[in-house]
Design a protein. Structure first.
Length: 94
């Protein structure tokens, strides 16, 4: 499994969340198996999103799509986005 971790400040969380919920890239069709939206407890205007994929090529393709999308929306609903792909090496639930 692979996780595309996205992090960026948001000037308005509610506006960002509405845009995220519209799902302009159709996460499911692009291979996202599950996602998590995270916000630091000490910074409500920062967001991290983990998108989980079964295949590396799907994560890489989504990363490319995100960079295109960010070029259109940066400065409005997000600022200074960054993303990296991680391989899940170990997972344990308690």
């Amino acid at each position: 499994m692979f996780v595309l971790r996205i992090e960026h400040p948001v000037p308005d969380y509610d506006a960002w969340k509405a845009a995220f919920d519209r799902d302009p890239l159709d996460r499911r069709r692009c291979g996202v198996r599950r996602y998590h939206v995270l916000r630091p407890s000490d910074d409500p205007l920062f967001v991290a999103v983990d998108l989980e994929f079964a295949m590396l090529d799907a994560a890489e393709a989504m990363h490319a799509r995100l960079r295109e999308l960010w070029g259109r929306v940066e400065g409005s609903v997000i600022t200074a986005p960054r993303a990296r792909i991680f391989a899940i090496e170990e997972h344990q639930e308690y």
